[in-house]
Design a protein around this ligand. Structure first.
Ligand SMILES: NC(=O)c1ccc[n+]([C@@H]2O[C@H](COP(=O)([O-])OP(=O)(O)OC[C@H]3O[C@@H](n4cnc5c(N)ncnc54)[C@H](O)[C@@H]3O)[C@@H](O)[C@H]2O)c1
Length: 251
C-alpha cells in the first residue's frame, strides 16, 4: 500500500477498544502514511507521517479472542483481508456481502469463525435482518463497513442517473444503514465499541472520471465525523480509513 490517509476521531490507543487501532497499524505496517484529520475534540495519538509497527504496543491489547465483529463487504478484497486477520486473532466475524459464492466459501473455510449472510447493504431491510442475526450471537465488539463499488469511470456529462444512484446507494446508503444498526446495537449494549468505515483517498481529494465515487466517499467523511461526535461520550468510536490503491482486483 503506497499511501493511505487515515481519518481518526478519538484516542485510538484505547486498550479496551482496539479495532480501529489495529486497522491503522495493519495499514502502516503495509507502508501507509498515517495522516490523522482532527475532528471536534479529537486527539489522535499519531502525527502526520508517523511510522508505526505492532511492536509499539503491548501484545495483550491486540487480542480479538472471542470478540464478535461485523464486516460488510467481507467476502472479498479489503473486507476479506480484514475478516481473515480478525479470525486469525480469535474473533468470530459476521460477514454481510452480496457475493454468496465467495461468502459461503469463506464460511466453510473458517467453520464457526465466519458466519455469512447474503446481504445487499443498499437495502435497509436486508441490513436490518443481518444485524438481527449479529445481535442474537452475543455482544458486538465492533464493525468494519467495507462494502463498496467503484464502477468503470466516466466523465460527469457521460454518466447516467442510474450509474450515479447505484454508486451512492451502495457506498453511502449502505454504510449509513450499516452504521446505524451497529450504533443501535452498541448503544443498547452500553459498553462502547468501535466502528471503522472504509472510505478512500477519493474521499479526500477529487479524481477525474470518478464524480459519483468521489461524491460517495467524501460523504462518508461527513457521516463518520458527525456520528463520531454524536457517540463519543458513549464510548463508541467511529472512524474512517481512506486507502489509496490497495491492489485488489476491482480497482
Ligand atoms: N482496493 C482499493 O484500491 C480501494 C481503494 C480505496 C478504497 N477502497 C474501498 O474499499 C472497500 C473494499 O474495496 P475492495 O477493493 O476490497 O473491493 P472488492 O470488490 O474486492 O470488495 C468489495 C466487497 O463488497 C461487496 N459488495 C458490493 N456491493 C455490495 C452490496 N450492495 N451489498 C453488500 N456487499 C456488496 C462485494 O461483493 C465485495 O465482496 C470499498 O468500499 C472501496 O471503495 C478500495
Amino acid at each position: 500500500m503506497a499511501q493511505c490517509d487515515i481519518v481518526l476521531n478519538r484516542n485510538i490507543s484505547d486498550p479496551e477498544r482496539n479495532l480501529d487501532l489495529r486497522l491503522v497499524l495493519e495499514m502502516c505496517n503495509a507502508g501507509a502514511i498515517a495522516a490523522p484529520i482532527r475532528c471536534g475534540t479529537a486527539r489522535p495519538h499519531f502525527g502526520i507521517n508517523s511510522t508505526l509497527t505492532t511492536d509499539d504496543l503491548p501484545i495483550d491489547i491486540m487480542s480479538f479472542a472471542n470478540k464478535i465483529i461485523a464486516v460488510t463487504g467481507g467476502a472479498s478484497g479489503i473486507g476479506r483481508a480484514t475478516t481473515e486477520t480478525l479470525v486469525s486473532e480469535g474473533a468470530t466475524v459476521y460477514v454481510a456481502d452480496l457475493n454468496e459464492t465467495a461468502g459461503k466459501e469463506l464460511e466453510s473455510q473458517y467453520p464457526k469463525k465466519v458466519v455469512f449472510q447474503k446481504t445487499d447493504v443498499s437495502s435497509e431491510e436486508q441490513v436490518k435482518a443481518f444485524f438481527e442475526k449479529v445481535k442474537e450471537a452475543g455482544t458486538l465488539y465492533g464493525a468494519v463497513n467495507a462494502a463498496g463499488i467503484n464502477m468503470p469511470g466516466q466523465l460527469l456529462h457521460e454518466t447516467t442517473t442510474e450509474f450515479y444512484r447505484k454508486t451512492i446507494s451502495v457506498n453511502l446508503d449502505g454504510t449509513y444503514f450499516s452504521l446505524r444498526e451497529e450504533v443501535r446495537i452498541l448503544m443498547e449494549q452500553g459498553k462502547g465499541g468501535s466502528v471503522v468505515n472504509v472510505s478512500s483517498g477519493s474521499g479526500l481529494i477529487g479524481r477525474p472520471k470518478a464524480t459519483a465515487y468521489c461524491s460517495s466517499k467524501h460523504a462518508l467523511a461527513g457521516l463518520t465525523k458527525a456520528a463520531a461526535l454524536e457517540y463519543a461520550e458513549k464510548g463508541i468510536r467511529i472512524n474512517a480509513v481512506c486507502p489509496g490503491n490497495a491492489n485488489f482486483l476491482h480497482f
